[in-house]
Ligand binder design. Structure first.
Ligand SMILES: Nc1ncnc2c1ncn2[C@@H]1O[C@H](COP(=O)(O)OP(=O)(O)OP(=O)(O)O)[C@@H](O)[C@H]1O
Ligand SMILES: [Mg+2]
Length: 495
């Protein structure tokens, strides 16, 4: 009968201990650099299975209301579901015991294991999951998990659990930070929008909502509205509220630039295209990373429209006279006062370009359709004027407010702004009276009244101009204007 050499048994035991300590040491080191829960579970499980000679193993991080669980398995033909694990009687015993337990044989996870040991993953007095090893293998056949094995398993669990806990803690903190950052940004965004784009009428609230929502994306925004309704202001806000805010915002009025120059303004030009021409980048290149505002887009010639379409599709430009394709990342915001559908029907505007530039459409209603905004807008402009000129606070008398509310503002917000600039230049004190507001032929505004008034005020202006040029001589003025004196008197301008 071969006796076991006590020295070799001792050395075997020592080796085993060293091996286990090494495994623990390795795990503690890798945990420091672990990227995720799954990785921690896999690391701990691999060492448990390897060192304890188990045929199967399973490590699970239980699901929580705000976070999904994670699971790692070794040797399972078809891994059990997380729910099966969480409700398994042996797993529940492991959780309750808190110190590692082992049994043999035992029915675990709807199969019979010859031997099984489990340790709970506990951190801050909470069970986060379990670490299980099943079917211990030994050279002579089956074996059971002993006290030393349980201690080793417990040590692995004790190392892994705080790492898992810390990870979730960090994740929660990161999520908090992200949420706070987002809230802060949204808050800043809305605050800014409210300060800059004044008006709380339902249509303006909708406009502001759209501005905040559309700002962060790079899709094409088309802003429509009458003259002076704030189209350019909205375009600037879309830029200021976007992640592109630190890159340039460049505007180009397609109606104001002659066709021959528009292309090079937009896309740049290479040297020597014409005599004396130096190479120069266009607005698209200069606005790289930022926003380009194409004002009066309806007036862009068809040839330019075709080029714009290509740039929007391919995100590359070619300078006039150039061969090189230059990639550009530019957000395009366009504005128009025209009916683009009609232009499309007339074939003076490309339909395919239309759909590119108006992925989002923001319509600015005329001021006469949101009169409730007038007092706040007036207050906004008055405090700006006072601040700019270092004057004491300015306000409107009740009559002045009534007069503004009654006026149709054919020139919209710009007209209101100019009106107040003019009025405050005339008043010495802090209150603007109704008489200080020089409206263009104000009167009742019925349907169609706006246009009639506009015409009347033009006529009045013309009469006054002619009268001034002839030193107030009404007969001469009437002759120049091609009307008779009586008509001139009836116009009630000249006296
Ligand atoms: N809701 C608003 N709140 C504060 N200021 C506004 C608002 N709307 C317009 N403004 C101001 O009115 C003036 C005219 O606005 P803006 O130039 O943006 O109009 P527009 O629609 O581009 O006009 P146009 O079609 O004539 O170019 C600007 O000074 C702008 O700051
Ligand atoms: Mg404008």
């Amino acid at each position: 009968m071969a006796l076991v050499d006590p020295r070799s048994a001792e050395s075997f035991g020592l080796k085993k201990k060293v091996l286990r300590l090494e495994a623990l040491y390795d795990l503690s080191r890798t945990l420091n650099g672990s990227r995720g829960e799954q990785e921690i579970l896999e690391d701990a499980l691999a060492r448990a299975v390897g060192v304890l000679d188990a045929a199967r193993g399973l490590a699970v991080r239980f699901e929580e209301p705000d976070a999904p669980g994670a699971m790692a398995t070794v040797g399972f033909a078809s891994p059990p579901s997380a729910l099966d694990v969480a409700s398994d009687p042996f797993v529940l015993d492991v959780c309750r015991a808190r110190t590692p337990i082992s049994r043999s044989p035992e029915s675990v996870l709807s199969s019979t294991a010859d031997s099984v040991a489990g340790a709970a993953l506990v951190a801050r007095d909470r069970v986060l999951g379990v670490l299980l090893v099943l079917d211990r293998e030994a050279r002579g056949g089956l074996a059971t998990f002993d006290e030393e094995d349980r201690r080793f398993l417990g040590s692995l669990a004790a190392l892994a659990a705080p790492a898992l806990d810390a990870l979730r803690h960090v994740r929660a903190l990161e999520a908090d930070v992200d949420r706070l950052r987002e809230e802060n940004q949204a808050l800043k965004g809305t605050l800014k929008v409210d300060e800059i784009l004044v008006g709380d009428s339902p249509p303006m609230r909708r406009v502001k909502e759209m501005v905040v929502r559309a700002a962060s994306s790079r899709v094409g925004v088309l802003i429509r509205g009458e003259s002076g309704t704030g189209k350019e202001l909205v375009a600037k806000l879309l830029h200021a509220g976007s992640p592109r805010r630190s890159a340039p915002f460049l505007a180009l009025n397609c109606a104001a630039v002659p066709e021959s120059l528009l292309e090079s303004e937009l896309f740049g030009i290479e040297r020597g295209v014409a005599t004396g021409v130096d190479a120069r980048p266009g607005k698209f290149e200069l606005a790289h990373g930022g926003t380009i505002f194409l004002d009066e887009i309806a007036d862009a010639p068809l040839a330019i429209q075709a080029k714009l379409l290509r740039v929007l599709q391919e995100r590359e430009i070619e300078r006039v006279g150039g061969r090189q394709r230059i990639p550009v990342d530019v957000r395009v915001v366009s504005a128009t006062n025209a009916d683009l559908h009609e232009r499309i029907r007339e074939r003076s505007f490309r339909e395919d370009l239309y759909y590119r530039i108006r992925v989002v459409e923001i319509v600015l209603p005329p001021l006469r359709e949101r009169r409730e905004d007038i007092p706040r807008l007036a207050g906004h402009f008055l405090s700006r004027i006072a601040a700019r000129e270092g004057r004491p606070p300015l306000s409107l008398s009740r009559d002045a407010v009534a007069k503004l509310l009654d006026y149709p503002f054919p020139g919209n917000v710009r007209e209101l702004e100019n009106l107040l600039e003019g009025a405050t230049a005339l008043v010495a004190g802090g209150v603007v009276e109704a008489a200080d507001l020089q409206l263009r032929g104000a009167g009742p505004s019925e349907t169609g009244g706006d246009l009639r008034q506009d015409l009347a005020s033009l006529e009045r202006e013309q009469i006054l101009r002619v009268l001034a040029s002839v030193g107030g001589n009404k007969s001469r003025a009437a002759r120049i204007l091609g009307i008779n004196r009586r008509t001139l008197y009836r116009k009630n301008v000249a006296n």
